[in-house]
Design a protein around this ligand. Structure first.
Ligand code: GNR
Ligand code: NI
Length: 172
């Protein structure tokens, strides 16, 4: 297992549409192990494979608060199959946009179909932080960032800040 470097805005890889996973090979399992290690090290609540530079439709999430009682969840090829009319607003952050936060409105509850590491098809209904997080991660699989849900003014401001920092070779 290894902690992998995070892909940071304005890296154009964050705009890629990730590819379906296909067969659950030992390489896929090794990638998931690296994603979990990288997510826990960051620390983050979720991670999409593209955030470590791999354009595959893989998401890891752990919304448990206690780091001594970890509850890793792995989603291969996740798809939202139902979302509630009711919305919820959450102050989101992203490991690829460090130290920037913004309020995003999304469906309060979602049903998500996915495959697990045994290749079995499963479905869950998520609410609360898990619902917010899984929608944030599925956005990553489609090249969408949470700042895309903010006003153009806020998005342009943070995009420029990170572009300038990258040019100078600094963190934003
Ligand atoms: O660690 C994370 N926290 C978070 C908080 C609110 C909404 C979404 C998230 S996901 C984020 C990690 C990340 O960037 N995943 O892509
Ligand atoms: Ni993110």
């Amino acid at each position: 297992m290894a902690i992998r470097p995070l892909v940071i805005l304005p890296d154009s890889r964050l705009r890629l549409v990730s590819e379906p996973v296909g067969a659950v090979t030992p390489e896929v399992r090794a990638l998931v192990a690296d994603m979990l290690e990288t997510m826990y090290d960051a620390p983050g609540v979720g991670l999409a494979a593209i955030q470590i530079g791999v354009a595959k439709r893989i998401v890891t999430i752990d919304t448990s608060k206690d780091e001594n009682a970890r509850e890793p969840q792995v989603f291969l090829d996740p798809v939202v199959v139902w979302s509630s009319e009711e919305k919820r607003i959450y102050d989101e952050g992203c490991l690829s946009i460090p130290e920037f936060y913004g309020e995003v409105e999304r469906p309060d509850r979602v049903r998500v179909a996915f495959r697990d590491l045994d290749g079995a098809t499963r479905e869950i209904e998520a609410d609360g932080l898990l619902a917010t997080c899984i929608q944030h991660e599925i956005d990553h699989l489609n090249g969408v960032l949470f700042i895309d849900h903010l006003s153009k003014l806020k998005r342009d401001r943070v995009t420029k800040k990170f572009a300038k920092a990258a040019k100078r070779g600094e963190a934003a």
